[in-house]
Design a protein around this ligand. Structure first.
Ligand code: MN
Ligand code: MN
Length: 469
């Protein structure tokens, strides 16, 4: 036996497996059909409102009921709670008592995008445009010269809502942000990439045909306003009470000759939200009470009433305790909390050979090597990380190995380069065991993110097995 063969056969060595090499024909088909449904869901649901609504519909169909419909809760009951149309919690009451703790998979359904400013509409250069304020960690230069769609709601002063989704159907118009031509781009090209396109240049072109009216001051803006009244019955002041988001007008599509990858907008973190949702929908009779969180606001720090730092989660755990026990007490709520275990379901960065210098090769996530377990996130010296204990890491790794879940482990980038935050730290504050756990994404936070279909499927398996046992 050569030295190389000995190494290859060393049973004491560890190397993450490639999921594609581990699966048979049947699982491969399952991987592809699971991802087909995910791709369609992602194409259809590009905002947290759309995701939350679609998730609630799937839950309802599977027999989950709004928490308001329950007067008490017992083993086997399925319940969900919507928070302000933008965040959602779903639970299946388990065999064991609530105070034995919950099994939680916590993800987020907001993604980086461009929001319209409160006063977005103006006219300049024989065009009408919308001003935007980007949301989350966006590389601004990536958002110019490509087809964009507008999604969201406008709330009238009487409370009536107008829903808008334009740019997705083949016969819809699209919107776009312009960039300067290379012939005149000499100065721009000398700027840093952060300054080449500025936040105030992210203006979306929305019209160009003026009204034929001598007296109109801004003829194109006037024409757009007439269109908005006719099509949606909204006036300029209505934009002040609106959540309108500009997102890529792409479909999520297969990538590569072998169709092993999925390219689309918003995998961070809807790939975890979707797999978590499917995982709870497919539960049989979970031992512990299973809970899935689809949170909002993660990309800006989880603050706000629909983010993980809000009291929403605590309020709902208190509600569950109140409906489950006849003698509610704060102590019971705290017992539930401190005995709970969490997979903080968020994505990691996939190793990219074109930017090898920022990745720590031996501790990076790779496409196709399954769900990524991250002991800690945080930036430069673990700052801001809650860090999972050795005990909890051992439990999770044992669980995944036993169930045949393909997994790998990674940090987000080199020690002095990278890092990031997730909702893990906010759940850990409740004195719960928490570990970050989700698939790797290539070109994360770009308008066109990429994941491996094998990883998506094993993420689903991982969440399902964690919730079930
Ligand atoms: Mn994320
Ligand atoms: Mn993110």
């Amino acid at each position: 036996m050569t030295e190389q063969e000995k190494n290859k056969k060393n049973e004491n060595a560890y190397e993450a497996k490639n999921a594609w090499l581990e699966m048979g024909e049947e699982e491969r088909e399952e991987v592809f059909s699971f991802n087909k449904a995910y791709a369609d869901f992602l194409t259809k649901n590009k905002t947290e409102r759309e995701f939350a609504r679609a998730a609630a519909a799937e839950l309802e169909e599977a027999g989950f009921k709004n928490i308001e419909q329950y007067e008490s809760l017992k083993k086997g009951d399925k319940v969900y709670v919507m928070n302000r149309s933008r965040a959602l919690l779903a639970a299946v009451i388990g065999e064991k008592e609530l105070t034995e703790g919950l099994k939680i998979v916590g993800s987020h359904i907001d993604s980086p995008r461009l929001d319209l400013k409160p006063k977005p509409l103006y006219e300049d250069g024989e065009m009408s445009l919308f001003k935007t304020h980007y949301y989350g960690g966006v590389k601004k230069y990536q958002w110019v010269t490509m087809p964009l769609a507008i999604h969201g709601v406008v709330v009238k002063e009487d409370g009536n809502q107008v829903e808008i989704s334009i740019g997705e159907n083949d016969d819809d118009p699209v919107f776009f942000i312009s960039d300067v031509l290379p012939h005149l781009g000499k100065k721009q090209m000398k700027k840093s990439m952060n300054e080449g396109i500025t936040g105030e240049q992210l203006n979306v072109v929305i019209g160009s045909i003026p009204v034929n009216d001598e007296d109109a001051k801004e003829k194109i803006k006037t024409a757009v306003l007439s269109h908005l009244i006719e099509e949606y019955n909204i006036k300029e002041e209505d934009f002040i009470s609106a959540d309108l988001q500009v997102v890529p007008a792409f479909k999520t599509r297969d990538a590569g000759f072998d169709r092993g990858l999925l390219a689309g907008y918003g995998h961070d973190d809807r790939v975890c939200s979707y797999t978590a949702l499917e995982a709870i929908l497919d539960l049989n009779e979970p031992e512990y009470t299973s809970l899935v969180l689809l949170m909002d606001r993660e990309e800006v720090g989880s603050m706000g009433s629909t983010g993980m730092q809000s009291h929403f989660f605590e309020d709902q755990v208190a509600n569950l305790v109140d409906l489950y026990y006849s003698d509610y007490s704060e102590l019971l709520v705290r017992k539930v909390m401190q005995n709970s275990k969490v997979l903080s379901a968020d994505v990691n960065a996939a190793y990219d050979p074109d930017f090898a210098e920022v990745y720590a090769k031996h501790n990076s996530a790779y496409l196709g090597k399954g769900i990524v377990i991250s002991k800690y996130t945080g930036a430069r010296g673990k700052a801001g990380a809650s860090e999972a204990s050795a005990e909890f890491m051992g439990e999770i790794r044992g669980l995944f190995n036993k169930a045949g879940v393909i997994w790998q482990t990674a940090e987000l980038g080199k020690v002095d380069e990278g890092g990031g935050g997730t909702i893990a730290q906010f759940l850990a504050n409740y004195n719960m065991d928490v570990v970050d756990c989700g698939p790797a994404v290539l070109s994360m936070h770009s308008p066109y993110e990429v994941v491996s279909k094998a990883d998506v499927y094993h993420t689903y398996l991982a969440y399902n097995v964690f919730l079930e046992n």
